[in-house]
Design a protein around this ligand. Structure first.
Ligand SMILES: NC(=O)c1ccc[n+]([C@@H]2O[C@H](COP(=O)([O-])OP(=O)(O)OC[C@H]3O[C@@H](n4cnc5c(N)ncnc54)[C@H](OP(=O)(O)O)[C@@H]3O)[C@@H](O)[C@H]2O)c1
Length: 405
C-alpha cells in the first residue's frame, strides 16, 4: 500500500489513551519512518492535542464514528487505521465494516468479546476478499497473554520437540489504574449481558472467538481462590482472563491447533503468601464480583458512574503511568510432564502507558513488517504479528519476553 498517503491514522487521538499514543508516535517516528496523521470527531479537540504535544506537519482529519463517508475518506488515505474510539460495541461497527470492505488494515484496543464476535461474523468474508487484516485486542488485553503463550510455545517446541498441553498464566505483580473509557466499555458489556440470555451463554464459552468449525471440546480449568502450587502463593481470578483466554484459543485455532486440540489455558493473579495472601485473594475476587453486580443494578450503576468511577477522558496521572509496571509468568507443561517458565514484563502502567506503546507498535508492525502474501481476515496479535511484534516491543516499548532457566 505504498501508494497511500499515510502508513497509519490514529483514530481517536483525543481519547485518554489516544493522547498518550499521539505523544509516543511523535517521539518514536520523528525520523519520518512512519507517515501518520491524527483523526477524531472534533477538529478543535484534535487541534488542542496537536498543540499540547507540539506536533508539526501531522495532519488532522475529522470523521464521526457514525459517518460512513468520512470513514471511507480516512481509509482511502492510509494503510492502517488504529482506533481508540470506544466503547467499541457502541462506536466501532462502521469503521470495521469500512476497513474490511476497502482492504484497509485495522487494529484496536477492544476487550469486548461479544463485539469482536459480531464483527467476525459480519465482516470476515469481506476482509478475506479485500485483503484487510483486522487485529483486535492490541493492548494489555491481550498482547502480553497472546504473545506470552506464543513465546512459551515456541521455546517449548525448540526445547522438548513439542508444545505445552497446559499453560497457567500468573500475574505476579501489576501497578496501574483504569480510565473512564475502560469503565464505559465494562459498563456497556454488563448492560448488554443483563438483557440478553444468549449473550450471557456466549460469554461463558471459552471458544467463543474461535472459527465456527474449531475442534476444541476440552473443558477449560476454572480459577478459584486457592493456594497455587504452580506459582507458590494464593491466587484469585484475573479480571482480564475473560478476553485474554478467548484470544489465546483463537490463536491456537488459527495456527492449525499448533498448541494441541486439548490445550488448556487459564489466568490468575497471585496475591501473596500466608493468611495475608489468602485475605487479599478473597478481597480481589469479591471486589470484582461486587463491582459487576453493582453495575448490573441501574440505581447502583448510576451512583458508581456519578460518584466513584472515572469518567470518559479521565485516567491515571502521568506519574502513575511512569511508576506503573506489570510482571507476568507463564508456567507450561507438556503432555510428557516436561516444564518450562517464561516471563513477560512491562515498564509502564499496563492499561495506558504500556498499552499505548503496544498498540502503536502493533500498527507499525502491520504497516511495515507483515509480508504482502499474508491474506486478509480477522487475525490475533500472535498469529499475524508474532515474533515481529515481540522484537518491536522489546526494542521500543519497554516489554521483555524471557525464558527462565
Ligand atoms: N485493551 C486495553 O488494554 C485497553 C486499555 C485502555 C483503553 N482501552 C479501551 O480503549 C478505548 C478508549 O479508552 P479511553 O479511556 O482512552 O477512552 P476516552 O478517553 O473515553 O475516549 C473515547 C474516545 O472516543 C471518541 N468518540 C466518542 N464518540 C465518538 C464518535 N461518535 N465519533 C468519533 N469519536 C468518538 C472520543 O472523542 P472526543 O474526545 O471528541 O469526545 C474519544 O476520543 C475504550 O474502549 C477502552 O475500553 C483498552
Amino acid at each position: 500500500m505504498a501508494d497511500k498517503k499515510f502508513d497509519i491514522i490514529v483514530y481517536g487521538a483525543t481519547s485518554f489513551v489516544g493522547q498518550i499514543i499521539t505523544r509516543y508516535m511523535h517521539a518514536q517516528f520523528a525520523d519520518g519512518s512512519i507517515r501518520w496523521a491524527i483523526a477524531g470527531r472534533s477538529h478543535s479537540k484534535l487541534q488542542n492535542v496537536s498543540d499540547a504535544i507540539g506536533l508539526s506537519g501531522v495532519e488532522i482529519i475529522v470523521a464521526d464514528a457514525a459517518d460512513e463517508d468520512a470513514l471511507r475518506k480516512i481509509c482511502a488515505q492510509t494503510s492502517v487505521v488504529m482506533s481508540t474510539v470506544g466503547p467499541y460495541a457502541l462506536y466501532g461497527d462502521i469503521l470495521v465494516k469500512v476497513c474490511a470492505t476497502t482492504g484497509t488494515h485495522y487494529c484496536d484496543l477492544t476487550g469486548e468479546p461479544q463485539w469482536i464476535r459480531k464483527m467476525q461474523l459480519r465482516h470476515e468474508a469481506d476482509a478475506i476478499k479485500s485483503g484487510a487484516r483486522i487485529v483486535h485486542c492490541c493492548g494489555f488485553d491481550s498482547i502480553p497473554s497472546d504473545l506470552g503463550v506464543h513465546f512459551l510455545q515456541r521455546n517449548a517446541l525448540e526445547q522438548f520437540g513439542q508444545t505445552c498441553a497446559r499453560i497457567d498464566m500468573r500475574v505476579v505483580s501489576m501497578k496501574g489504574g483504569a480510565s473512564g473509557g475502560t469503565i464505559a466499555s465494562m459498563i456497556n458489556m454488563v448492560k448488554e449481558a443483563v438483557s440478553d440470555a444468549d449473550l450471557r451463554r456466549e460469554l461463558q464459552d471459552p471458544y467463543s472467538l474461535c472459527p465456527q468449525n474449531h475442534q476444541f471440546s476440552v473443558t477449560q480449568p476454572e480459577v478459584k481462590i486457592a493456594y497455587d502450587t504452580v506459582a507458590g502463593g494464593w491466587i484469585a481470578p484475573f479480571i482480564m482472563a475473560g478476553i485474554n483466554t478467548r484470544v489465546v484459543h483463537r490463536s491456537n485455532a488459527l495456527s492449525h491447533n499448533s498448541y494441541g486440540v486439548d490445550f488448556k489455558y487459564e489466568e490468575a493473579v497471585v496475591t501473596g503468601q500466608g493468611s495475608s495472601g489468602k485475605r487479599k485473594a478473597k478481597a480481589a475476587h469479591w471486589g470484582v464480583n461486587a463491582l459487576m453486580l453493582g453495575l448490573a443494578v441501574p440505581p447502583i450503576r448510576w451512583l458508581l458512574e456519578t460518584f466513584v468511577l472515572p469518567k470518559p477522558g479521565e485516567g491515571p496521572s502521568e506519574k502513575a503511568q511512569h511508576e506503573g509496571m506489570f510482571d507476568i509468568v507463564f508456567f507450561g507443561s507438556t503432555a510428557r510432564g516436561e516444564t518450562i517458565q517464561c516471563r513477560v514484563t512491562g515498564d509502564r502502567d499496563p492499561g495506558y502507558g504500556s498499552t499505548a506503546k503496544m498498540l502503536s507498535q502493533a500498527a507499525a508492525c502491520l504497516a511495515k513488517d507483515v509480508p504482502d502474501s499474508v491474506p486478509g481476515g480477522f487475525w490475533t496479535p500472535a498469529t499475524i504479528l508474532g515474533d515481529m511484534l515481540i522484537a518491536r516491543l522489546q526494542a521500543h516499548a519497554g516489554l521483555r519476553f524471557e525464558k527462565h532457566a
